[in-house]
Write a protein that binds this ligand. Structure first.
Ligand code: NDP
Ligand code: GDR
Length: 386
């Protein structure tokens, strides 16, 4: 039986007791509620449980920790005083750039979404309160050239992880990284949790499977399983194959005289682009609710790829029209033309909202690529001089 306690909330210098639905430490999961403040660097959590922090520290396992979102989520959870574990698959070269600054604060566990026994061992070893499933083959064009592999990682991988959770500890709270690509050929705009899905790529189809298997795990086994339907979110840590980073990196190279033209695909595609650092907080908030549910996470604004080019080139004083070249290879067999999310449910229920505007996001990415390239240029110069 799940018992809920009222909790103590520190307000200024005084500590006051508050009760009410959804508040307090959950004796069933041993987790704090969203109102608890276990991140406060104190020996005691300010909750009625008043357990020493060492006994109440929550543990999270992140799959896909080496990816863009994994790195931001790990930072976010560390700030909340979580013990953070990351599942990493074997590779012949190490690709820890995005998490190298965190490596002494997190623990990496070998495992692969293709291998069920590795998932069971990872859960047994780490005993997490929360699992964030961010691992996937996430690049849409690759899903046409490798559709079966995409299905294995991005669709069946979710089932493998959910089954492992059922075997090891069904009380684990589970987050699934679902995607606005599931809306595909949109039937209404903006898109919300009730909008009909119509995926347009093997990736979108695989994500739709992942979404429904998460909903089904909740309905069949009463798992605390949430699906976050996240719209495009970007950052300086975005992979260079995605359009925002391709543009910011290309602009920086052109500005520094390292490249003359930027090849680009469909300029008319419209996306709802937000900042990844904001979006990982929404993931966490979903798992702190009293009941599991699904949420759209977006900015509510949409922009074309053309506008992205205008802002990025404009930021360094260039006119994009002089520097782009259309490349038919960058067009897709079936395109998602328009996406714009309605995040009202997330705003009302999770108290979440985006904090970085589209223009600021693009400028941040261009500035970051400029300094990255300048640094690597000067280190090459220093190295060359030696
Ligand atoms: P990335 O492509 O940056 O990261 C993907 C991660 O998945 C990497 O850490 C990768 O590991 C890992 N991975 C891939 N296959 C496996 C496997 N078989 N076993 C274990 N790990 C694996 O993605 P993002 O950070 O951008 O996105 C995170 C998740 O959110 C993805 O599921 C994506 O589909 C989804 N999503 C992303 C959105 C976005 O705009 N960023 C929007 C909506 C959903 P490795 O480093 O070894 O390759
Ligand atoms: P997307 O992101 O497919 O929406 O998936 P991507 O940045 O790859 O494409 C966005 C749009 O830009 C158009 N485009 C180009 N795309 C790329 N990559 N390169 C180009 O040169 C280019 N020119 C135009 C595309 O046609 C498309 O319309 C991302 C991924 O993170 C998914 O994992 C995630 O689920 C969705 O966002 C939400």
């Amino acid at each position: 039986m799940v018992r809920r306690f009222s909790y103590l909330f520190r307000e200024g210098a005084s500590t006051v007791a508050i009760g009410g639905a959804g508040a307090g430490w959950d004796a069933g999961t041993g987790a704090h509620s969203s109102e608890c403040v276990p991140e406060v660097p104190s020996t005691l959590c300010y909750t009625a449980c008043l357990l020493p922090m060492s006994r109440t520290q929550r543990k999270a396992l992140i799959t896909g920790i080496t990816g863009q979102d994994g790195s931001y989520l790990a930072e976010f959870l560390l700030q909340k005083n979580y013990r953070v574990y990351g599942l990493i698959r074997r590779s012949s070269t190490i690709n820890f750039e995005r998490i190298s600054h965190l490596q002494d604060q997190i623990e990496l566990i070998p495992g692969d979404l293709l291998d069920p026994s590795s998932l069971i061992s990872a859960l047994r070893k780490t005993e997490p309160d929360e699992v964030y499933n961010l691992a996937a083959q996430s690049f849409v064009p690759t899903s046409w050239s490798q559709p079966v592999l995409t299905g294995e990682f991005t669709a069946l991988g979710v089932t493998r992880l959910l089954e492992a959770i059922r075997v090891v500890n069904p009380r684990i709270r589970f987050y699934q990284a679902s995607s606005s690509e599931m809306f595909g050929m949109v039937e209404e705009s903006p898109q919300n949790e009730s909008t009909r899905f119509y995926p347009r790529s093997p990736y979108g189809v695989a994500k739709l499977y992942g979404h429904w298997i998460t909903v089904n795990a909740r309905e069949s086994y009463d798992l605390f399983a949430c699906s976050g339907i996240l719209f495009n979110h970007e950052s300086p840590r975005r992979g260079v194959e995605f359009v925002t980073r391709r543009v910011s990196h290309g602009v920086a190279r052109i500005k520094l005289g390292l490249q003359e033209k930027l090849k680009i695909g469909n300029l008319d595609a419209e996306r709802d682009w937000g900042f990844a650092g904001d979006y990982v907080e929404a993931m966490w908030r979903m798992l702190q609710q009293e009941n599991p549910d699904d949420f759209v996470v977006a900015t509510g604004e949409t922009h074309t790829v053309r506008r992205l080019l205008e802002v990025a080139f404009g930021h360094v004083g260039l006119d994009y029209r002089k520097f782009i070249e259309s490349d038919p290879a960058l067009f897709r067999p079936a395109e998602v033309h328009h996406l714009r999310g309605d995040y009202s449910k997330a705003r009302q229920t999770l108290g979440w909202k985006p904090t970085v505007s589209f223009e600021k996001l693009v400028e941040m990415m261009v500035d970051s690529d400029l300094s990255l390239l300048e640094r690597s240029r000067s280190s090459v110069a220093v190295f060359g001089a030696g």
